[in-house]
Each structure stands twice: as C-alpha cells, then as structure tokens.
Design a binder for this molecule. Structure first.
Ligand SMILES: Cc1ncc(COP(=O)(O)O)c(C=O)c1O
Length: 360
C-alpha cells in the first residue's frame, strides 16, 4: 500500500522515532536503527558524513557547518532513506520494485536493491543527468526514461507498477523518511548532544526536511535535547510551490515547474506539503526560493574552496546568507547546511555552468 486508501494522501507512522539511552555507537547511519521503527536496514558500507566548518558568504567571518552527504555510498543523502526503505521491503518479502526519481533516489534505491537482491525499475525524466542514469544502469536496475515533467514521470511509474514490481516511491513511503531522520541524529551527536539554531536543506518533496523534523521532535519529546532547530527549506524560483505557499500563507497550489539546474527539486505537487509547512512554521524557520544565478554562484564558490556539490545540493548554500541574517543574533548562531550530493552526479551541468561563467 503506497498511499492511504481513504484519504489518498501519504501514509504516516504513529511514531517516527523513539530515541532512548546513549547515542548508539558505531560508524554510519545504520546504528540508529535502535531508535527507529525499522526492519534491519541494508548496508553497503556507509560512513558518518562530515560536518565541515566553513565561512559563508565567502570573504565574511560568519561560520556555518556544511554536512557533506556526497561521501555516502552512492554520492547523495538518499542512501539514508534507501537503506531503511529497501530493508523494510526485503523483510516484507517484496521481490521487485518500481520507483520514480529525478536520478539520485533512483541510483540509491538501485544500489541498495542490488545489495538486497531485489529487482528495481526506475522511471526518470528523459532530461536526467547522464551520470545518474549510468549509475542506475550499472547497479543492474532497468531505466525507463519519460518525456515531460517530473509529475509525468511519477504518474507513468504508478501506472506501470505490477505485483511483481510494486510501487515503492521514496516520495510517498514513510520508511524512506524513517531513514532520513539519521541525518539529524548525526548532527545532534556531532554538536555534542544539542540542536543547531537552524538546519538549511534543499526542498523538493521534503523527505530530508521532514526526517530532520521528526528526529528532533523525538529527541525533544524523549528529553534528550532541549529545543528544536529552525528548519529552512530551499527551492528554486523555477519550481517553488512551497516557497509561494509559505510567503502568501495560503494553501499549496501545484504550479508549473520549468527546467532548472537544480534538477532534483522540481516537484510541482509535493505529497507531504502540509506536513512540511507545519514543521517549518512550528520551528520558526522558512521556505525560500533562490534564483538560478544564485545557485550557479554557490556551486562555484563551494567548489573554489574544495566542496564539489551538484547544483541541487548547492541551493542550501545559495540561501545561507539570507538564513544567517535571520537567525544571526549575536553572530554566534549555529547553522547547519545540508550539501546533499556530490558534483560528480551532474558533471554535464557543471561543465555548462563553467563554460558560461568563462564566457562572461
Ligand atoms: C541532491 C538532492 N538534494 C535534495 C533533494 C530534495 O530532497 P527532498 O525531495 O527530500 O526534499 C534531492 C531530490 O532528488 C536531491 O537529489
């Protein structure tokens, strides 16, 4: 069952996490399974991703912390969700799955599916980065490229799913979000068992933002953490249904999305929109949208200082000066920005970006 039968919305869990006792020891996010309502996650050798001190904007003295998720096995934060989602599907006895993705989730689910012995079919936009498509195929998954919007890709995947290849979308399944909570558990541990003032992350469907929310909610409710971090979601102006809803405080309307170098966050109708907006409101964060030129500058500014991020991942950095100003206080606020994937995922886009920067 991939969505609630009566309300046709996404399925929620009664309890998203139950942190207790000391932080589970070990390396990699799989150790947090003891805090999560999860089956045994699949592992392909995860590391604990770094929290890198960085001054931003470049040239300023404001310090932020970048959580560099590109060092996970398939090069993006999606591995957190896939490990737990595929673990659950394996324990349910599923043999084959159909997913839809802009590329990173597809590659990640293909990798974890391969490790778990599941057959995987991935529906992607025909415009997806070639590195992501090659990665999905290399893991042995079948790729079905669909012309049209990201929405059309999702609809094609749902229509094509069978009992042999059940629909198990990372955007809809709560078990993917079970896994993305480990991002926040890492941050909590790396900061010495406390929450940062703010977490900034790219925002498409909201699996990372919601995972961060549920994890800190669990830690606060369990009395292990004093307060919630303010959650900031970053969209591109080319596809900003949640930023628009946030700024006008009205219901989400699915709008048109046009092509953007932030190819991973082009979700016109995020199924968990209401929950995302509530999480942002409750934590006193915001949803903002950045311009294409701001994303391009962020990719280059990060890379010129050693952090190679694909454009979708760099949107957090593109919004950082706005966020730092908002939460700045006395200048000692702790702001964590999720750099969600390596630039190796989108070398074609970065190559074009460099060519146009050099021509100017
Ligand atoms: C690199 C990267 N960052 C962030 C996101 C957005 O994640 P979410 O849809 O969970 O908001 C994606 C989604 O594909 C992505 O590929």
């Amino acid at each position: 069952v991939w969505r609630c039968q009566s309300c046709i919305g996404p399925v929620d869990l009664e309890s998203w996490s139950e942190p207790h006792g000391p932080v589970p020891e070990g390396i990699g996010f799989g150790r947090f399974r003891r805090w999560l309502p999860a089956a045994e996650p699949v592992s392909i050798g995860e590391v604990t991703t770094a929290l890198v001190p960085f001054t931003w904007p470049p040239g300023s003295s404001t310090e932020v912390l970048l959580k560099t998720e590109g060092s996970l096995p398939t090069g993006s934060f999606k591995d957190r969700g896939s490990s737990f989602l595929v673990g659950r599907l394996r324990s349910d006895g599923v043999a084959g799955i159909t997913v839809d993705s802009s590329g990173n989730a597809g590659a990640s689910i293909a990798a974890y599916g391969a490790a778990a012995g599941l057959r995987v079919r991935v529906y992607v936009p025909a415009s997806a980065s070639t590195a992501k498509l090659a990665q999905i195929r290399a893991y042995g998954a079948e790729v079905v490229a669909v012309e049209g919007t990201r929405q059309a890709v999702g609809e094609a995947a749902v229509a094509a799913a069978t009992d042999e290849f059940v629909y198990a979308s990372h955007v809809w399944s709560p078990y993917f979000i079970v896994g993305t909570q480990t991002f926040a558990f890492d941050v909590f541990e790396q900061l010495g068992l406390r929450a940062p003032d703010a977490i900034v992350c790219p925002l498409g469907a909201g699996t990372l933002l919601l995972g961060s929310y549920y994890a800190f909610r669990g830690l606060v409710d369990a009395g292990l953490c004093e307060r919630m971090p303010a959650l900031y979601g970053v969209q591109t102006v080319r596809c900003a249904p949640l930023a628009r809803a946030w700024s006008k405080t009205r219901a989400v309307e699915s709008g048109d999305c046009s092509a953007s170098i932030a190819e991973g966050i082009l979700i016109a109708s995020p199924p968990r929109a209401k929950a995302v907006l509530e999480a942002v409101r409750e934590t006193r964060g915001a949803v903002v949208a950045v311009e294409e030129h701001e994303i391009r500058s962020a990719v280059l500014a990060l890379a010129r200082r050693g952090v190679y991020a694909e454009p979708t991942a760099a949107v957090s950095a593109a919004a950082l000066d706005r966020v730092s100003r908002e939460v700045g206080g006395e200048g000692d606020a702790v702001v964590v920005a999720a750099i969600t994937a390596t630039g190796l995922k989108a070398s074609g886009l970065i190559d074009e970006l460099l060519t146009s920067a050099e021509a100017q």
